[in-house]
Design a protein around this ligand. Structure first.
Ligand code: MLT
Length: 256
């Protein structure tokens, strides 16, 4: 299906929209695009007005030439909702998308109906991780996304068919977008202090076999929020929406 496109904040943003009901924005993780959410679309579209953007620099959305922060990506989502005349939406983010969703909920609380954190965390990067990100960003700009496409899928899932699909998806991403996201992730703040102040429902979905963000990060978030539900999925790694779409969709329905 041809993607919808809007101009906002100096970029072209591509997105898909399906279904009817409560507005629910699904933000993909790094270094992916909106297509990771497609397995849950048929399970959610009778209850939700689903909005699946490609984040700045990924999929069909352009990268910007100047550096940006994850908060700029959260503001892109606020601008998209504004253009769609949606006042309030539930915001769900996968991994890096969750970091952006946390920033959105903090800076746009009046536009947030609820929050979904799938395979994500509130913690910031350690100093070592920041250095690793900046070195990887420089290599991606020099050599392209091949190294990321070769190394990440095996960390994301144990399912070899899915690994092959993810590798192709990563190979389609632009070096500028991948490097921009790496630098933005390294600069992100610790969102843990925001959690106790969130006054809307929060759903946390995490795979017990996640090799990128361990389940402990989900427990920490669950312990810090007022209105939270943690759904642990035994059979899932870092991609619960693709590895266990039924369980992930059931969990996200709590945001209706
Ligand atoms: C993601 O899946 O979005 C990233 O791997 C998260 C990260 O690198 O922190």
């Amino acid at each position: 299906m041809e993607m919808l496109k809007v101009n906002l904040n100096g970029i072209k943003m591509a997105y898909q929209r399906y279904g009817k009901g409560t507005p629910l924005v699904l933000l993909h993780g790094y270094p992916l695009d909106h297509t990771i959410w497609e397995p849950v679309v048929p399970l959610l579209e009778n209850d939700f007005d689903l909005i699946l953007p490609d984040l700045r620099g990924f999929g069909g959305s352009s990268a910007s030439r100047t550096p940006y922060l994850l908060n700029d990506l959260a503001d892109d989502i606020a601008s998209l909702l504004d253009q769609l005349k949606i006042k309030k939406a539930a915001i769900v983010g996968h991994s890096m998308g969750g970091y952006i969703a946390l920033g959105f909920a903090h800076s746009h609380p009046h536009n947030t109906l609820g929050l979904g954190l799938v395979a994500s965390q509130a913690a910031a990067d350690t100093p070592d991780r920041k250095v690793g990100r900046s070195q990887m960003a420089a290599r991606v700009e020099k050599n392209g996304v091949g190294e990321v496409a070769d190394s990440m899928p095996a960390l994301m899932t144990g399912d070899t068919t899915l690994q092959a699909w993810l590798k192709q998806l990563i190979l389609h991403q632009s070096p500028a977008g991948v490097a921009g996201a790496l630098r933005a992730m390294a600069e992100r703040p610790d969102s843990a202090p925001f959690l106790p102040g969130f006054d809307f429902p929060i759903v946390i979905v995490h795979g017990l076999a996640d090799k990128i963000i361990p389940i402990e990060r989900a427990h920490e978030m669950q312990n810090a929020v007022k209105y939270g539900n943690l759904i642990e999925i035994e059979a899932a790694g870092h991609m619960p929406m693709m590895e266990s779409p039924q369980k992930t969709a059931e969990a996200l329905k709590m945001l209706k």
